[in-house]
Ligand binder design. Structure first.
Ligand code: MG
Length: 184
């Protein structure tokens, strides 16, 4: 069970995801969580460096889609600004990830998930057979239930770290944990 909660990669922010490493792994599509992954919870301001990251991904031929359980209006406003499709679904339900894959037109093995929550983004992506990337939340503001879940998340992160299954990658070098995390 613990391995299903372990991301393949853990980075401080979405902009520190090395896109050339993803394409080298055969990744052709990315499912993006929205709130606190690339935009602060409740905000519509997408930072310039995030926009540049998405432009870089598009230029490399990587397909992008948003997958969120937030209000449809908010999802569509943000995905519309980015010019990428969006699916609304309850993560970690498999149906949510299937909807995102249908939008991307990629197989699970060709798809990465980037998100800030273990029990939704990472668990759902791992169950769907995708490459999972965890980022530190962009903001401390979040839904009240999420704040409770964060306590459980911290316990899981501590447990993974103690077992050597997780290391925050700073961009200084290859510290990917997937080899110890789960079989490739
Ligand atoms: Mg989130």
């Amino acid at each position: 069970m613990l391995s299903m909660l372990c991301p393949d990669l853990y980075v401080p922010s979405i902009c520190q995801v090395d896109l050339s490493r993803l394409t080298a792994r055969g990744i052709k599509g990315i499912v993006l969580d929205m709130d606190n992954t690339f935009v602060d919870w409740g905000s519509s301001d997408i930072p310039a460096e995030v926009l540049a990251f998405f432009d870089d991904a598009k230029a490399r031929g990587i397909r992008l889609c948003v997958l969120s359980n937030n209000l449809r209006r908010r999802i569509e406003a943000i995905s519309g600004t980015l010019g990428i499709p969006a699916a609304r679904g309850l993560k970690p339900m498999r149906s949510a990830f299937r909807a995102a894959l249908a939008l991307l037109g990629t197989s699970p093995g060709e798809t990465a998930v980037i998100g800030d929550q273990i029990f939704t983004d990472v668990l759902g992506g791992n169950l769907a057979g995708m490459y999972t990337i965890l980022v530190i939340p962009t903001s401390r503001r979040e839904f009240v239930t999420t704040r409770v879940i964060r306590k459980l998340e911290r316990a899981v992160l501590g447990c993974l770290a103690r077992r050597g299954m997780l290391l925050l990658e700073s961009g200084e070098g290859p510290t990917e944990r997937s080899a110890t995390c789960r079989p490739q």
